[in-house]
Design a protein around this ligand. Sequence first.
Ligand code: DGT
Ligand code: CA
Ligand code: ZN
Length: 584
Amino acid sequence: MDNASLAAAFEEIATLKELQGEDGFRSQAFRNTARRIETLPQSAAELFRAGTIKDAVSSLGKTQLEVIGQLVAGESCSILDDLRARTPPGHLEMLRIPGVGPKKVRALHLELGITTLPELAAACESGKVAAIKGFGAKTSEKILQGIAFVTSSGRRVRLDQAIGLAGALLDRLRAVEGVSRAEIAGSLRRRRETVKDIDIVATADDPAALIAAFVSVPGVKSVIGQGDTKASIVLEAESSGGRLSMGGKVGLNADLRVVAPGQFPFALNYFTGSKEHNVLLRQRAIDRGWRLNEYELAGCDAAISHEADIYAALGMAYVEPELREGTGEDAAASAGSLPALVRVADIRGVFHNHTTASDGADTLEAMARAAKALGLEYLGIGDHSQSLTVANGLTPDRVRAQWQEIDALNTRLSGITVLKGTECDILPDGSLDFDDALLAGFDYVVASVHTHFGQTREEMTARICRALAHPAVTMLGHATGRLLLRREAYAVDLEAVIQAAARHGKMIEINANPMRLDLDWVHCRRARELGVPLVINPDAHSTDELAYFSHGVDVARRAWLSAPEVYNTRPLQSVLADLKARRA
Ligand code: DGT
Ligand code: CA
Ligand code: ZN
């Protein structure tokens, strides 16, 4: 059982307990544990078996330990089973309706016996919901709109899809007369890999005019709520997303909050979150005898006009949004030991890219010219290797022909250097898809798994670790094979993989294709701890996709990485010298 599944089970228990009307503290304790497990770099299952899980998750009580024990042993979890048996599935769906929490779901159940979304919709339409104490006509109408929303979308969307929608939205809001500040907040600002919604905080001379503009932007599918200072809409747009994406429409909720100018830094900070980070800040305020909320830092007389002023008042260095996950950033910010995070402009080249020689859409030359236009100094080619016939993998003869083509291109082009690499398949037994003599002719080798995803965790781990031990391998490509919101990672012990990379002096790729973002930020941070260099690669299959590396920079920043810890921030000469030394 991996950490994500364990965390999901704890999350579900917390939610079901709330729906059962149990004590809030107890359900919150399960939710806290879920969060902790999710950000744990080690395998919780292994820590449990070793008897050291309480060192890593100190909040674990007896009941929670039992839950982990059952799940890790592959048994069914008695608490979870019992809660599920007592909760109609429709009650969980209702929680996705904006404004409906466990208390409302319970009231609907107790008063009207409602257990499904269609029953709820019918009860809203017949006026029964409006008649319940604490509901009213307005709430009933909102619930009805919310039902339409959750049945049509309400899922998380990928960061890249949300960025596009949010950028356009923000531009329009900033163009409204009298809008002095408007910023993206929430998980989008923290650059999480997927987001639930777009959160926007703004100030305006005329809030009503801004709200009116917001609810009528192009692409609005419905208005969920509209007040004097707050509005909530559903946006719909055609999904972009390139080769791996399924396309189609994406629906996404967007919330706007308009605040007074003096409140702006506090509101932006609060709604950027994360909740865990907010808790840390609020506690620091309390320690100083102050009170921090989304409007003010009460009791403190420092002049505060920007977020950075809040951190300064609390005795901290400014914390970049990507670090605000409640994973030690408060201690580092007060000790002055936060890293200077890598930036998009630091990236000087990329190593994992495809051309028409394998499954890319553009020629070698077109890719090289596009890389130059992006301001890169070097472009590494990593077409597929011979056994991957579905992706037109190169035979040794075709590899040698490509090398000649690259040499010729390098003499012809200035301002960009093309490097000879390969994305070499890691075969099921961990051996490589080319012989050692051919491998020695590349400038570098990206080793990736593309087949036999169904191997056991032990087999897959041994397979990848064996490849990392091969002297010709420079870096591991897309370490887990996951496709966000679409395909789970294959089973693999990432801790063992990262340790192997450290032992053999190998690098690990941050595959920056926004469908992948693989290695993820949690494990990148672990790699950083172990001194493993990370490499941000777009895995571009066309000239357009070269720019994907910016998504990898987001991941790297969330992993606390500074430029020297990201290999491809090095200039060309340093890379050439290092790659040569590695092959000697
Ligand atoms: P998401 O939308 O699931 O991708 O993630 P967020 O972080 O954007 O979450 P969201 O949209 O529910 O709320 C935005 C921010 O508002 C969140 O990061 C922190 C703040 N916030 C929301 N609810 C609470 C709360 O109950 N307590 C605290 N301390 N902060 C909250
Ligand atoms: Ca959000
Ligand atoms: Zn690949």
